[in-house]
Design a protein around this ligand. Structure first.
Ligand SMILES: C[S@@+](CC[C@H](N)C(=O)[O-])C[C@H]1O[C@@H](n2cnc3c(N)ncnc32)[C@H](O)[C@@H]1O
Length: 320
């Protein structure tokens, strides 16, 4: 059964009133979307995005009774600007991103996300996309594989593993999740609990370009967010959480004058107010009913009424 993570904390964090326009950038199976639809009511609008057609098909059934206020879009949330322009939406009151994979991805063996079951080394959330995990393992250079494992999996043995991958693929190409776990078993000798987790996480992030699309979505939503509108993000690993934390902090700065300018001369004012100084994590009762929520971290920020100013252009203006 699918249980939405930090459901009330995140939807309350959107501060929704009837009639608002809200984006759910990661509809998944529609758990959060349903709750948002209830809050915006019949006069409101929800744009629900997902890049996985299979999840969209499930959510469409769950959300059928709300179809008048709901627009479902099959796309990547990184394309938020194009999605809103195409739907003629000029301003929104909030966006929720509950990033990462859904429970269906882990549970469906043929998606290749789980190292505990045998499946093709796929790992695409959008299966219309070209690159799969097996392509990375079978065709990328050793240096590039090591970089992926180290940067996205924080794997200390990245060089050793990538070397073994490149040697192994000369004998037999990687096809299944167990081809990879067998190799990892032979390379990582120490008995740590999650010895496959970092490599699988790294490949998943690389296949779906997860860090880059998150940054693009955060930047992309800013011109559309009405004053008082909220950005609510639930992330599941430190790399994503860091991107959200840094983005919020940067947007919350109230002046961008370089240190050598003693008195503020810039027109830049905080674009966002940070609502959660520290991330909200699932309470004990949620951890008991839904152990998969354990790495969830929720951050919330609110659009101020300061005009949106391009930092780089403003910096050039004040320093030239
Ligand atoms: C953690 S699940 C969301 C679960 C959802 N909140 C619910 O309650 O059912 C993440 C969903 O977002 C989708 N997703 C992840 N990254 C995406 C992206 N960059 N663009 C669009 N959809 C994405 C995944 O396909 C998945 O269905």
């Amino acid at each position: 059964m699918h249980i939405p993570v930090l459901l009330h904390q995140s939807v309350d964090g959107l501060n929704i009133s009837q009639g608002m326009t809200i984006i759910d950038g990661t509809m998944g199976l529609g758990g959060h979307t349903k709750c948002i639809l209830e809050k915006v009511g019949a006069t409101g609008k929800v744009i629900a995005i997902d890049q996985d057609k299979k999840n969209i098909a499930i959510a469409e059934t769950v959300l059928k009774k709300y179809e008048q206020s709901l627009k479902i879009v099959h796309d990547n949330f990184a394309n938020i600007k194009e999605i809103l322009e195409k739907n003629n939406i000029k301003s929104v009151n909030g966006i929720l991103l509950d990033i990462g994979i859904a429970s269906t991805h882990v549970d469906q063996e043929d998606r290749g996300f789980s190292y505990t079951s045998q499946g093709p080394l796929d790992m695409r959330m959008n299966n219309e996309q070209d690159i799969q995990a097996s392509d990375i393992l079978n065709t990328y250079s050793q240096r590039d594989i090591a970089k992926i494992l180290s940067e996205y999996g924080e794997e200390k043995a990245s060089w050793k593993i990538s070397k073994a991958i490149c040697e192994q693929r000369e004998i037999k190409k990687f096809e299944t999740t167990f081809d990879l776990t067998e190799l990892l078993e032979s390379v990582i000798k120490q008995k740590h609990k999650n010895k496959y987790a970092q490599t699988f996480q790294a490949l998943r992030i690389a296949v779906n370009n997860e860090l880059d699309v998150l940054s693009r979505a955060l930047e992309g939503i800013m011109p559309f967010l009405a004053p008082g509108g909220r950005i609510v993000v639930i992330s599941y690993h430190s790399l994503e959480d860091r991107i959200v934390k840094r983005f919020f902090r940067k947007q919350a700065e109230d002046c961008i004058c370089p240190e050598q300018i003693p008195r503020c001369i810039c027109s830049y004012r905080s674009q966002l107010k940070i609502i959660t100084k520290k991330p909200i994590t699932p309470p004990d009762d949620e951890l008991t009913t839904n152990p998969r929520s354990r790495s969830g971290k929720l951050r919330i920020a609110e659009r101020t009424d300061a005009p949106l100013i391009n930092r780089e252009q403003e910096l050039i203006k004040i320093t030239s």
